[in-house]
Design a protein around this ligand. Structure first.
Ligand code: GRF
Length: 225
């Protein structure tokens, strides 16, 4: 049987002492980005955010990145003459950043196929529910929590998964559950899930930095630290 391979060390060309470089893609508030920036600052993850890309020039997360001294870029397809040039520019910016992992943290656009192909098994997304339930097209923001409450679920939580071509479809890497309370509103549930996200996302990035994300025979899992 073949040894399971560590995903993130497949092309291990970083010299010792250099931190694991991560690009974060956002569209809005960027509290998950902030959790990564904070974790990197205090050294609880051995990674650095090397680039923040936003699909929205008004994203508050861009300010968070600037405050932390991280380079930012806004990419909107409408600012380019055509889709191929948009896709090329986005990919080039990611490549130039030296990122080895792409983190979608509230990024509301579909990544171009070129980017997915350039980063096989090296793109993750955080979702505010327990995938595969309450995921896919249309499940974003408060809609996710509203659906969880409407279904009478007893538990919800957050999921970090690998990104593939379909919305929220890639294999799950990490999940953490919380109970749904009988008096929960969309807002209260969203706030408690977000707190979970802020722990789970740095833990996922650290797993990649450590080479603890493994794949074998189409299965992907995270080994314990
Ligand atoms: C989070 O709930 C995340 O799960 C979802 O989008 C939201 C982004 O929040 N994909 P923030 O911008 O990180 O505050």
């Amino acid at each position: 049987m073949m040894e399971p391979r560590p995903i993130s060390q497949r092309e291990s060309h970083i010299s010792s002492g250099e931190k694991f470089r991560v690009a974060v893609l956002i569209s809005g508030g960027g509290t998950n980005l902030q959790a990564l920036l904070d974790a990197a600052t205090v050294g609880s993850i051995a990674a650095e955010v090397c680039l923040v890309i936003s699909s929205n020039p008004e994203a508050v997360g861009l300010e968070r990145a600037k405050r932390a001294g991280v380079p930012t870029a806004v990419f909107r397809s409408k600012d380019f003459p055509d889709l191929p040039s948009f896709r090329r520019a986005l990919l080039e910016s990611l490549r130039d950043s030296g990122a080895r992992l792409l983190v979608l943290a509230g990024y509301m656009k579909k990544l171009p196929r070129e980017v997915l192909r350039a980063y096989p098994d090296a793109i993750i997304n955080i979702h505010p529910a327990l995938l595969p339930r309450f995921g896919g097209k249309g499940y974003f923001g408060r809609r996710v929590h509203a659906a969880v409450l409407a279904a009478g679920e007893r538990v919800s939580g957050a999921t970090v998964h690998l990104v593939t071509e379909g919305y929220d479809e890639g294999p799950n890497l990490l999940q953490e559950q919380i109970p749904v309370r009988s008096d929960d509103t969309v807002e209260s549930l969203a706030a408690r899930v977000l707190a979970v996200e802020h722990r789970l996302l740095p833990a996922a990035v650290q797993a990649f930095a450590d080479g603890r994300v493994r794949s074998q025979g189409g299965r992907v899992w995270v080994e314990p630290a």
